[in-house]
Write a protein that binds this ligand. Structure first.
Ligand SMILES: Cc1ncc(COP(=O)(O)O)c(C=O)c1O
Length: 495
C-alpha cells in the first residue's frame, strides 16, 4: 500500500529524472535564423538518455573490462554487474526467475524477435502458423513470415468509425480455425503509430486456451506501462515471451532484450553459437551449455549497453511504472484534447480514451498539406522533432488512411480526393517520454495551427524531392558545422 508521502517521494524522483534527460537542452538554428531549444517529440523512435544512465556509465568506466571471468578485479566486477543487469530485467517485467530467463540480443527488439521466431519455429515445426495483427511494426511481422508457413493478420476492432485495439473476437475465430497449427500469437503491447494499448493478458488467455503461446512485442510498452509476465490473476494470463529495446527506454546504445520461459529455448540449439555458449569443444564435437542466459549470448556481450539499460530500469522501477503510466496517460489525453482544436487535423485511431486507452504516441495529418512537408516545417521553423511516413507499419498506416479518405469521399470531388490521397501517403507522429510536458504539447498545437493557417507560404518555400521529402529552398542544415566524428576527434587531439 502506497502512502501519499511515498507517492510524493516517487513523484519527486520522477521529476528529477525527467528534468535531467541528457539532451533535452539541445539548441538548433532555425530557418528564421533564431537559435532555439528543441522540442523532442520523437521518443517512439528512440528516447533521450537519462542523466542517471550517463553518470552510472561514467562511474563504471574505470573498471571496464570483459565479462565471464573471475581472473582479475575488473573482470570480477564486470561479470557481477552484467549478471545483475539480467536480474534487473527479470525484476522489471515481473518474471519469476525460476521459470524465466532474460538475455540480450543485437541492438534492438528486431534482433530479439528474429531469434524468437526462428527458435519457436524449430522447436515445434508442426505448428506452422503464427497469428499476429495488422497493428504490428514490421519487426513483429516479417520475422514470423520468414520462419512460418502462414502468418494471419487480425484486424483492429472498430468503435464508431475509429480503429481501436486488436479485435479479440476475430482473434478467437482465427485460433479456432487454425487450431493445432498455431505456434504462437505475436502482438504489440502498444502501437508505435497510434499509441493504442492492446489487452495483452486477455490475448494470452485466449492463446493459451487454444494451446498456443503468446509473444509480446513490448518495444513501445516497456517505457510506458508496467509489465507483469508471471503471477497474474490466472496463470493463463502469464506471458511466454516479451521482447523490447534498450534504446527505447532511456538507455541509448543498449541491447535488445528477450525474456522467455526457459523451457522454450532449452530444447533447440541456440541460433547463434560461438564462444561463451559451450561447456566443452573438441575438434569433432561441441557441447552447448544448459545454463541460461549464457547459452543464448554467444560472443562478447554489449557490456556498457547492458549496464546502462539496467541503470535505466532500476531508476524507473524506483519511481514505479504504475506512476509513470498514470502521468503519461494524463499527458496523452491532454495532447488529444489540444490537437482536436487544430483546424483540418485528422488524428488516426480512436481518440476517446474511455473506449480505447493510449500511451506514448499520436499520429495525425493536416488535411491541407503533405505529411512530409508538415514534418519539415515543424523542424525548420519551430524546432519540433517529429517523425513522418509509415513508421515501419505500412499495412496499419495505409488502412487508417484509406478509412479516413473513404469518410471524406462523400463531400469531395474525385480530383480533390486524389490530391488528398497523394498528400496522405503517410502520417506525422508526435511521441512522448517521461520528460515530455504540456508545454511541448502546446508548442506543437500552436505550430500546427500556424502551419494550417499559412499553407501557401510553406508550400512556396519548399521543394518536393523525388524521394518524397521536402527541402527548404534557401535554408540548409549542414550538421558537420555542429558535430562530426572527425571534427570532434581533431578538436580533442589538438586541444
Ligand atoms: C512496436 C515496435 N516493435 C519493434 C520495433 C523495432 O525495434 P528496434 O528498432 O529497436 O529493433 C519498433 C521500433 O520502432 C517498434 O516500435
Amino acid at each position: 500500500m502506497n502512502t501519499s508521502k511515498e507517492i510524493e517521494q516517487r513523484l519527486l524522483i520522477l521529476k528529477k529524472l525527467s528534468s535531467e534527460a541528457v539532451n533535452l537542452d539541445t539548441h538548433y538554428t532555425l530557418a528564421t535564423g533564431e537559435l532555439t531549444k528543441r522540442v523532442y517529440l520523437d521518443s517512439t523512435a528512440s528516447t533521450l538518455q537519462l542523466k542517471v544512465v550517463h553518470e552510472v556509465l561514467e562511474k563504471y568506466q574505470p573498471y571496464y573490462s570483459n565479462t565471464h571471468s573471475e581472473s582479475h578485479f575488473g573482470a570480477k566486477l564486470s561479470t557481477g554487474e552484467y549478471q545483475w543487469a539480467h536480474q534487473m530485467v527479470l525484476d522489471f517485467v515481473q518474471a519469476d526467475p525460476e521459470i524465466y530467463t532474460a538475455f540480450f540480443a543485437g541492438s534492438g527488439a528486431t534482433s530479439g524477435l528474429n531469434r524468437v521466431a526462428s527458435t519457436l519455429a524449430e522447436r515445434n515445426p508442426k505448428r506452422d502458423v503464427v497469428i499476429t495483427t495488422v497493428m504490428e511494426h514490421h519487426s513483429n511481422d516479417l520475422p514470423h513470415r520468414k520462419q512460418f508457413q502462414e502468418v494471419i493478420h487480425i484486424p483492429a476492432a472498430m468503435s464508431t468509425n475509429s480503429v481501436g485495439c486488436v479485435n479479440l473476437h476475430r482473434l478467437e475465430e482465427a485460433l479456432e480455425e487454425y487450431s493445432e497449427r498455431v505456434n504462437y500469437v505475436a502482438i504489440t503491447g502498444v502501437s508505435n503509430v497510434t499509441g493504442i494499448i492492446n489487452p495483452i493478458h486477455e490475448v494470452a488467455e485466449l492463446a493459451h486456451r487454444h494451446g498456443a503461446l503468446v509473444v509480446i512485442d513490448a518495444a513501445q510498452m516497456a517505457a510506458h506501462l508496467p509489465i507483469r509476465m508471471s503471477g497474474n490473476e490466472s496463470p493463463e494470463q502469464d506471458l511466454d515471451v516479451v521482447v523490447f529495446s534498450g534504446h527505447k527506454i532511456y538507455a541509448p546504445g543498449s541491447p535488445g532484450v528477450v525474456i522467455t520461459r526457459k523451457e522454450l529455448f532449452a530444447e533447440v540449439e541456440p541460433q547463434e553459437i560461438g564462444g561463451g555458449v559451450v561447456d566443452d569443444v573438441a575438434i569433432n564435437r561441441y557441447i552447448i551449455t544448459d545454463k541460461f542466459p549464457d547459452r543464448e549470448e554467444a560472443g562478447t556481450p554489449n557490456i556498457l549497453g547492458a549496464i546502462g539499460l539496467a541503470a535505466a530500469l532500476y531508476a524507473l522501477q524506483t519511481v514505479g511504472m504504475d506512476l509513470i503510466a498514470q502521468e503519461e496517460c494524463r499527458l496523452i489525453n491532454y495532447a488529444l484534447d489540444k490537437l482536436k482544436t487544430v483546424d483540418n487535423l485528422v488524428i488516426y485511431g480512436e481518440t476517446d480514451c474511455t473506449k480505447c486507452q493510449r500511451t506514448g504516441a499520436v499520429s495525425f495529418n493536416l488535411k491541407t498539406l503533405d505529411h512530409a512537408l508538415v514534418a519539415s516545417v515543424l523542424n525548420d521553423y519551430f524546432n519540433i522533432a517529429v517523425r513522418n511516413h509509415c513508421f515501419c507499419a505500412h499495412p496499419y498506416v495505409r488502412e487508417m488512411i484509406t478509412q479516413t479518405l473513404l469518410e471524406e469521399a462523400d463531400h469531395l470531388t474525385e480530383d480533390e480526393l486524389e490530391k488528398l490521397a497523394e498528400m496522405h501517403r503517410g502520417m506525422v507522429r508526435a511521441s512522448f517520454g517521461i520528460y515530455s510536458t504540456e508545454e511541448h504539447v502546446d508548442a506543437l498545437t500552436e505550430a500546427l495551427k500556424h502551419i494550417s493557417a499559412n499553407t501557401s507560404f510553406y508550400r512556396e518555400h519548399y521543394q518536393l524531392l523525388p524521394c518524397g521529402n521536402f527541402r527548404h529552398k534557401s535554408f540548409d542544415f549542414d550538421h558537420t558545422q555542429i558535430f562530426s566524428i572527425k571534427g570532434a576527434v581533431d578538436q580533442i587531439l589538438n586541444s
